[in-house]
Each structure stands twice: as structure tokens, then as C-alpha cells.
Design a protein around this ligand. Structure first.
Ligand code: GRG
Length: 307
């Protein structure tokens, strides 16, 4: 059990949504602490960072970091800080993805996007500063007492977020508008763009707990399958959910003529594929026994979610 005790551990007795909400409250408090408002006119950029990082969002990535770290009895404060750092990177990607040069979105998490609420230049800076702040948080002693472990965690997040991960996936996504992608190309694009930042907190939870190579490999497999199931569900929601369910515009993939598993094979096969991936994610956790129940619930949630 973590230092914070049973009351805030991902648990077996609550429904997953209750559990996720409770963890989200702790993550929000941690982000609030990690993003204090400075004095002076530069306060504006921190206001924009707080606007995009503090309100809304399911906090699934921090949940994954906490539930993975709990497998190894990692102190809760460490898991929370790594979860908050991954969430900062996620929020930066959403701010930049919404910019006019990318998706040109007006609505995110049910509110005006960062560049609409502030202005484009401030939104770019807020994204940049959230990305940078994430690594500052990871580098601090409070994240883990062992420097080598902190470096491994920093490397894992940098690799997942950069050109070999999320940014590379976003580049492929932009180029895909001018080309016909097949199933393998779509799978690779989605693994990079979305999957890497969902798999990273699982690995990071293991790194916090000094997990051995086999355990890390199991967490990587789980994270990979969960990320793929999450993205297929995102594509299904883009087709089937309403703007008010999602808090952002829908129907964008079809309008842009984007290839997704759904556009290539239709919603029924996409749903089946997502369920198979959840089964594979769950199978990857067998070595962890009952302790991995929160991660199993998270995998099921990725395909049953409505937002
Ligand atoms: C611009 C560097 C850069 C990267 C952009 C992640 C990404 C790449 C773009 C986000 C756009 C998008 C809708 C991607 C699909 C999958 C995804 C990341 C959905 C949003 O994640 P959720 O559902 O969002 O976890 P919340 O709001 O709950 O945190």
C-alpha cells in the first residue's frame, strides 16, 4: 500500500469511474501545487498553463502511472508527481494540437481552447512551458530519491513525447492528409501519436518501483495494447458521440478524410479490434495477480468510455 494509505489507492471496491475521479482530485491538487502563479506580467503565461492543465480531463495517464506504481508499493507522492508530469505533457499536446496551424479547434474539454481564451502566441508559450515544467518536476528529488531512477524516468517520457513518439506521430498525421494510408501505417501513426503517451506512465510506474526487465516488458505490452484500444475508441467516438459528450468538435476525421481503423474497416470491426486489444492488455498483466485489478479496470474503461 502506498504512503497515502488505502483511502486514495486505486481500489477494488469502488466503481472504476469513482476511482478515476478520486485519483483525478489528487492529481488536480498536485498540478495546482506544481504550477504556482508568479508575480509580474509573465503571470499571463502561467494563467494559460493553469487554464489548460487544471480544469477538466479524465486524468487517465496519471491514473496509469499511479496504478502501475502501486504494483511495487511506491510512495504515492512519487507516483502523483510522475502522473502530473505526464499530464503536463498531455496538456501541452492538446494546446498545440488545437492551434490554427494544426487542428484549429475552438473547444477543448467543454471550454474555449487555450488560444481562443488567451491568444495564439500565449497558447504556444503555455504549451512550451508545460512541456518544460514536466521535466523540471521529474528531475526533483521529491520525484524519486535515486538520481539514476529519475534519469530513466526522464528518458522514458522524453522518448514517448518527442520525434520518436507523439511528435513523430503528429507529423505523420499531418502528412496523412495528402496520402492514402493502409492499416499498418494507421496502426503505426496511432501508436506514436496517442499510444506512446499512454504506455509511458505504465513503464514509469514500474521504473519508480525498480521493476525488473520482465515486469517492465509486461507493463510496456499492456500500455501498447491499451493505447491502441484507446485510439480506436477515440475514432469511434469522433464518429458516434456528440460535441457535448466529448467537450470538443466531432466528425473531424471523416471531414478531413483521415484514415483510421474505423474508416478502413467500419465501426463493428473497429469495436471488435478494440475489445481484442483490451483482452491482450489484460493478458499482459498476468504476472501481477490481483494487484493489477485497477489496471485491468482501466483497460476495460478505455473501450466503454463515452468521452
Ligand atoms: C501537437 C505535439 C502535438 C501533439 C498532438 C495527442 C495529440 C498529438 C493530439 C491530441 C488530439 C487528439 C484528440 C488525439 C486523439 C487521442 C487523444 C490524445 C485524445 C485526448 O485524450 P483524453 O481522452 O483527453 O485522455 P482528456 O481531456 O480526458 O485528458
Amino acid at each position: 500500500m502506498s504512503q497515502a494509505g488505502a483511502s486514495s489507492a486505486p481500489g477494488h471496491s469502488l466503481t472504476f469511474s469513482d476511482d478515476l475521479r478520486r485519483i483525478a482530485d489528487s492529481v488536480n491538487a498536485c498540478l495546482d501545487d506544481l504550477l504556482p502563479l508568479p508575480d509580474g506580467p509573465e503571470q499571463r503565461v502561467v494563467e494559460a498553463m493553469r487554464y489548460s492543465a487544471l480544469d477538466g480531463g479524465k486524468r487517465l495517464r496519471p491514473y496509469l502511472s499511479i496504478a502501475s506504481a502501486d504494483l511495487f508499493d511506491v510512495p504515492r507522492v512519487q507516483a502523483l508527481r510522475t502522473g502530473a508530469a505526464v499530464e503536463m505533457v498531455h496538456c501541452y499536446s492538446l494546446i498545440h494540437d488545437d492551434l490554427p496551424a494544426m487542428d484549429n479547434g475552438d473547444l477543448r474539454r467543454g471550454r474555449p481552447t487555450c488560444h481562443k481564451a488567451f491568444d495564439e502566441a500565449t497558447a504556444i508559450l503555455a504549451g512550451d512551458a508545460l512541456l518544460t515544467q514536466a521535466f523540471a518536476v521529474l528531475s526533483a528529488d521529491a520525484t524519486h530519491p535515486d538520481g539514476d531512477t529519475r534519469v530513466k524516468i526522464i528518458a522514458a517520457l522524453a522518448d514517448a513525447a518527442g520525434a520518436a513518439g507523439m511528435v513523430g506521430g503528429q507529423m505523420l498525421d499531418l502528412m496523412a492528409e495528402q496520402s492514402d494510408l493502409g492499416e499498418e501505417d494507421v496502426e503505426r501513426l496511432q501508436a506514436l501519436k496517442t499510444g506512446r503517451l499512454l504506455a509511458a506512465p505504465c513503464r514509469i510506474g514500474g521504473l519508480l518501483g525498480q521493476a525488473d526487465a520482465d515486469a517492465l516488458e509486461s507493463l510496456d505490452s499492456y500500455g501498447y495494447c491499451l493505447g491502441a484500444a484507446f485510439q480506436i475508441t477515440d475514432d469511434l467516438l469522433d464518429l458516434e458521440a456528440t460535441e457535448s459528450d466529448l467537450g470538443k468538435a466531432t466528425g473531424k476525421d471523416a471531414a478531413a478524410g483521415k484514415a483510421t481503423f474505423v474508416s478502413l474497416h467500419g465501426p463493428e470491426r473497429a469495436r471488435d479490434r478494440a475489445k481484442t486489444l483490451v483482452d491482450q492488455a489484460v493478458a499482459a498483466l498476468s504476472r501481477f495477480g490481483d494487484a493489477a485489478e485497477p489496471l485491468r479496470s482501466a483497460a476495460a474503461f478505455t473501450v466503454s468510455r463515452r468521452s
